[in-house]
Design a protein around this ligand. Structure first.
Ligand SMILES: NC(=O)c1ccc[n+]([C@@H]2O[C@H](COP(=O)([O-])OP(=O)(O)OC[C@H]3O[C@@H](n4cnc5c(N)ncnc54)[C@H](OP(=O)(O)O)[C@@H]3O)[C@@H](O)[C@H]2O)c1
Length: 276
């Protein structure tokens, strides 16, 4: 078992710091296998989204693992389509049905697209009805968070953002921390098109600790206080990515990784997401 630490969210709910991401895990057997292997390896946190079209397969993997629902922290996200179309309630119920559960641990607005304020108000309603244990956002920039605050709305429990050694979010991350919003790192290894696993700095640190570059990056996220959700559909890598609780990075390792920041996103800019 992982015996992994957790972070306490601003409403007291605990989120395991480490989980399995399933973006671009093919719908069907591939996702179900990945989820079952992860749970068998001790993971207790799965990050999916309506837009990934694999919530049913997450449910199938959970069922196969035999791990009890209440032991697993499930995050899913309201799609941009449903945010824009003001379909929050329908989107939420559809996700529950596909996930074969009657509650979600963390429910996020996937992107700050038009009508996100109204969707956030609806999420607050579902949270108050105790259908969701914690609510948060994803890809929100400082000004989006300020908009929610200026309207006097509940502070999100988490903001899931692109964050990895080459894009360290040196403005959004401290802002979230100051406001008590947990930071979740997506594409924590750099993402499938921009993997950072052959970076000489990381390989050198990995060699020093007898670890892989992936394990070094995951440990770095945990040391920085990020929730980290690496994706893999390969059983050996799923196991490898979890072996990060038996070593620590030292100050010189952290300084070398801090210096890798180029402040360049590898993926979509939230300011332009969904616009033509
Ligand atoms: N909120 C958002 O807008 C948003 C956006 C993107 C992602 N996310 C979430 O964040 C999660 C992670 O992000 P991501 O999937 O984009 O990128 P990632 O986790 O940084 O990287 C995934 C890639 O790394 C490979 N990989 C994983 N472990 C490895 C290892 N130990 N050695 C070598 N290669 C390894 C995977 O390949 P294999 O599968 O072939 O092993 C895959 O190609 C997603 O799954 C999703 O849950 C959220």
């Amino acid at each position: 078992m992982l015996n992994e630490p957790s972070i306490t969210l601003n409403n007291g709910v605990k989120i395991p710091v480490f989980g399995l991401g399933v973006f671009r895990s093919e719908p069907g057997q591939s996702t179900a296998d990945a989820v079952a292997w992860a749970l068998e390896a001790g993971y207790r946190h799965i990050d999916t989204a309506a837009a990934y079209r694999n919530e049913e397969d997450v449910a199938a993997g959970i069922e196969r693992s035999g791990v009890k629902r209440e032991e697993i922290f499930i995050t899913t996200k309201l799609s941009t389509k449903d945010i824009e179309a003001k379909n929050t309630a329908e989107g939420f119920e559809t996700s529950l049905k596909k996930l074969k559960t009657d509650y979600v641990d963390l429910y996020l607005l996937h992107w700050p697209v038009p009508n996100y304020v109204e969707a956030w108000e609806k999420l607050i309603g579902l949270y108050e009805q105790k259908r969701i244990r914690a609510i948060g956002v994803s890809n929100f920039q400082i000004h989006h968070l300020q908009t929610l605050e200026s309207l006097g709305l509940l502070t999100p429990a988490a903001n899931q953002i692109e964050l990895h050694p080459s894009f360290q979010q040196k403005d959004v991350k401290p802002y979230c921390e100051e406001k008590g919003i947990a930071v979740e790192a997506w594409s924590p290894l750099g993402g499938q098109d921009h993997l950072l696993l052959n970076e000489p700095v990381l390989l050198e640190i990995a060699k020093k600790h007898g670890k892989t570059a992936a394990q070094v990056i995951i440990r770095w996220h945990i040391d920085l206080g990020n929730v980290v959700i690496p994706k893999s559909v390969k059983q050996a890598r799923i196991a490898e990515n979890a072996q990060v609780f038996d070593f620590k990075l030292d100050a010189s390792d952290l300084a070398k990784i801090a210096a890798m920041d180029t402040n360049q996103r590898s993926y979509w800019d939230p300011e332009r997401f969904g616009t033509k």
